[in-house]
Design a protein around this ligand. Sequence first.
Ligand SMILES: Nc1ncnc2c1ncn2[C@@H]1O[C@H](COP(=O)(O)OP(=O)(O)OP(=O)(O)O)[C@@H](O)[C@H]1O
Length: 307
Amino acid sequence: MREVWTAAVDAHVRFGVAVSGGPDSLALLLLAHGFNRDQFEAVTVDHRLRPESGEEAARVGAICARLGVRHTILPVEVASGNMHDAAREARYRAMGEWALGRGMYGILTAHHADDQAETVLMRLNRGSGPGGLCGIRAMQPFPSGVSAIRPLLQWRKAELEAIVAESGLDPVRDPSNEDPRFDRARIRAAIGEAGWLDAVAIARSAQYLQQADLALWTYATRDYERTVEYEGDAVVWRPDDIPRAARLICVMRALAEAGGDDFSMADAARLHDAVMAGGKGGTLGGVELRFRKGEWRFAPEPPRRNG
Ligand SMILES: Nc1ncnc2c1ncn2[C@@H]1O[C@H](COP(=O)(O)OP(=O)(O)OP(=O)(O)O)[C@@H](O)[C@H]1O
């Protein structure tokens, strides 16, 4: 936290602080307030999914007013489907646009070591690749270009709760956090029971992995840029002999550059592995890949003829 803040003070940049009203983000608000009140504003997204959400957002507003911190409530429309994912998407979009409009460098969120340990263990339990095992990123760009910054990834939840308890503030409790229908709540309960699991150590490993992942992306991107050519709409890639993990990153990039969307790393890995096993290519996310004599040609899939 201190490093993020010191760097920010030096650079005279401004931040948003994402405050849901829960104990974690109230602690973040109090910590930020202790550093430099003029450098940040607080923001609360009202997802309008529970009848009391408006009142909870107003409660955050009242706390901010008492602390002398500017506060904005952003009401959003959450699309139907997976409610959690849709709420997250609406929240990050709204906060990103808000921060961009205010010339902010980024938005601080209060994800902590317990969140990180839950995320990493959930992903280990699903067989995630290296990118997934990095867990919650310390720095992550929003679609708007503004970044989410997570300075509390090495803090225990209990430490944050203690800060709030000491302040006498009364945090909002989201009932879905304890709902055992969600994977995360089950993993959280399991970590609570297994006293030998060290959330801060798991968060530290995730941080090392984030550094290693960044190195891998840098290596893959440099190699890709040396070995790719563009012919009209087509992306033509003649890869060097680089490791599979780096090649997958290049395939993701080539698919995106050829106009592909709506595909996952796992989809791209399947396409890549099929080619490496002697296949001639395939289609993915609206892109057609043809492989011939060491050349990977990605082009927008031709429109289907009717009848
Ligand atoms: N309604 C909200 N308004 C403002 N900030 C929020 C809101 N909800 C969450 N946040 C911010 O995001 C942090 C993480 O919240 P939470 O753990 O509920 O999100 P999540 O959905 O599990 O994770 P993610 O943010 O990665 O989607 C909070 O500590 C807070 O900083």
